[in-house]
Design a protein around this ligand. Sequence first.
Ligand SMILES: [Zn+2]
Length: 311
Amino acid sequence: MSPNAEYFGSYRGRFAPSPSGPLHFGSLVAALASYLDAKAHHGQWLVRIEDIDTPRMIDGADSDILATLDAYGLHWDGTVVYQSQRHALYQDTLNTLNKLGLVYPCQCTRKEIKAMGGLYDNRCRNKSLPQSQNAIRIEQHFPITGFNDAIQGRVDIPPSLAHEDYIIRRRDGLFAYQLVVVVDDIEQGITHIVRGADLLEPTARQISLFNQLKQSVPFYSHVPLAVAKPGFKLSKQNHAPAINKTNPMPTLHAALRFLGQPVDSLENYDSSKALLQHAVQNYDFNRLPKVPEIQVRPTAEDSFEFIPVHR
Ligand SMILES: [Zn+2]
């Protein structure tokens, strides 16, 4: 149980995969961690498909992900939300920020930003560039130079990064991840975000956007990222295999061990449902590993060993 028991009963968590491929072990870990934390709080667990970045999407990956969650007994509450169907919601927020004079177009190229030292220096704030064909940035009036993560502890953000006006709509017209994730979390009433530690640093900007939009900030917990080797996230790009949908038990058991949760040996469970039920009943937030990454090494089919990577 995470430390903030006052949310008991009104907890709303979520898993938000992008449909760029099938679920692999790393994405299962993130799904399972958010599910366990939600269910141990008697909370709701929502699924949102983050398909805003259309060039990276793969046809049919969304239904494959949902079928995999289902096979693992990770049943979601309510209706699955698709970001691609929520443009009006994101545009509304952009319009609101625009009316408040908080956003502006920027035409700086990647090369120009590199010449600024790698971070954009807010130089287009007072230029009056056209909105179309340009990226839209938000004026950063709520810089977050640090925050406390419930698992990873204190996270410090370099001040220059914290003060950077960041992009909320890309030059190609797509809404940026930082905007849509916060707008969705607000609209879905999310109270707790449990996800992989690859999203630890972007959390600062998300907190600043919650503050900018005058909304309460959810409670953040970042579980270790599953990596192929230190610094390399398990992903489609480094050939992380899709997890086994027909025999979920061994992989579910491995994911629980990855998360440091108390489990008996596999043969003591009759079904993946029984294993998951045991995991919810015995969920121990304090045993979630406090490292940013854990290396996953396959040892045999559906079998893995785990090596924590320390900072
Ligand atoms: Zn610019």
